[in-house]
Design a protein around this ligand. Structure first.
Ligand SMILES: Cc1ncc(COP(=O)(O)O)c(C=O)c1O
Length: 347
């Protein structure tokens, strides 16, 4: 982080491995991951498959690679992928679905990142030689740009049922699935059931330095392995980094509740500042998105002033800002963040 930043709310990807995690990583047993001989990677894959109740899982360098491999496997060139208009593969993966899978992506107008089965049904194209085949529907749990919104279990189930009825594959981008689990009390396996593929990120709120794990059927993961190899994502003694994920799954899941509570404090404080539009009731997990249009400032200008005071957040539009709580942000830092925003806006 830039030297002047003391309070880092830019993203939960900014977490640094704790001392205990580093020690655990240091002691990890390792082997050749490409040959399936790294015991720590294998352990992490088993833990994830069990957590999500899928037959198999695959350790990958990033969540982006999980999304891209899944899209590639579910679709053929010319097919259509349905997801929310704010979703990561559409907006933040370098055009990967088009570049790598030759897929047309349609962004559905969900409510804070959550669309409905009715919207899926309306979007599925009729079978016609003129139209692309609608092949895959993807759900982002939680919705990042929706503001950390938790997809309700019933909505997830309805979307999966509708997808099945129309012979679509289903994919869950579970970058923050465990935030949804902790916030709602619904198990990861209940959220994941009904999806052909689902993945979790280790390097966000869970606090590991690298990696994500993609899960699905044995056949799906067999095919995913080939793409991992093809894309150069197969590694060697990767247990060193996978150990961060094993540690995180054992020790950093329940504590996500602290991040959610801190996000509540942040949202309540920000909502009281004149010029900021934000409904704290919309904040369900660790992401707070607020509108600053009434302050007369742009995000870029305000963010620069905040950084000068030691606080970093991220822009999500010309007058919208996102703040994300995580492992490396304390309650007192969140309280201080509110004071800094208040003072800066006071001028
Ligand atoms: C919802 C969502 N999906 C996918 C990704 C990509 O994950 P990674 O940074 O591990 O590639 C992110 C990263 O911010 C994300 O927020």
């Amino acid at each position: 982080m830039p030297p002047q930043v003391r309070i880092e709310l830019y993203s939960d990807t900014m977490t640094k491995p704790t001392l205990e995690m580093r020690r655990f990583m240091c002691d990890a047993e390792v082997g050749d991951e490409q040959k399936g001989e790294d015991p720590t990677v294998n352990r992490l894959q088993e833990m994830t498959a069990e957590l999500l109740d899928k037959e198999a899982a695959l350790f990958l360098p990033s969540g982006t690679m999980c999304n891209q491999i899944a899209i590639k496997l579910h679709c053929r060139p010319g097919d259509e992928l349905l997801l929310d208009r704010t979703a990561h593969p559409l907006n933040a993966e370098g055009g990967g679905p088009a570049a790598l899978a030759g897929v047309i992506v349609t962004g559905l107008p969900g409510e804070r990142g959550v669309f409905t089965s009715t919207q899926v049904k309306a979007a599925v194209r009729p079978v016609s030689r003129y139209q692309p085949k609608t092949r895959l529907v993807s759900v982002e749990q939680t919705s990042n740009m929706g503001g950390g919104t938790v997809w309700p279990l019933q909505t997830v189930r309805d979307v999966c049922t509708t997808a099945r009825q129309h012979h679509l594959f289903t994919h869950m981008d579970g970058a923050r699935l465990l935030n949804a689990v902790v916030a709602s009390g619904v198990s990861a396996k209940d959220y994941a059931s009904g999806f052909d593929s689902v993945w979790i990120d280790l390097s966000k709120g869970l606090g590991a330095p690298v990696g994500a794990v993609l899960a699905g059927s044995k056949d799906f993961i067999f095919e995913a392995w080939q793409w991992k190899q093809r894309l150069g994502g197969a590694m060697r003694q990767a247990g060193i980094v996978a150990a961060g994920g094993v540690y995180a799954l054992r020790h950093h899941v329940e504590r996500l509740a602290e991040d959610h509570a801190n996000a509540q404090v942040l949202a309540a404080g920000l909502a009281e500042i004149p010029g900021i539009a934000l409904n704290p009731a919309d904040v369900e997990t660790n992401i707070v998105i607020f509108d600053i249009a009434q302050t007369g400032l742009t995000s870029a200008v305000l963010l620069e002033k905040l950084v000068a005071c030691g606080l970093r957040m991220s822009p999500v539009g010309p007058v919208k800002i996102r703040a994300v709580t995580h492992l490396d942000v304390s309650r007192s830092q969140v309280e201080e963040a509110v004071q800094i925003v208040r003072q800066v806006l006071r001028g």
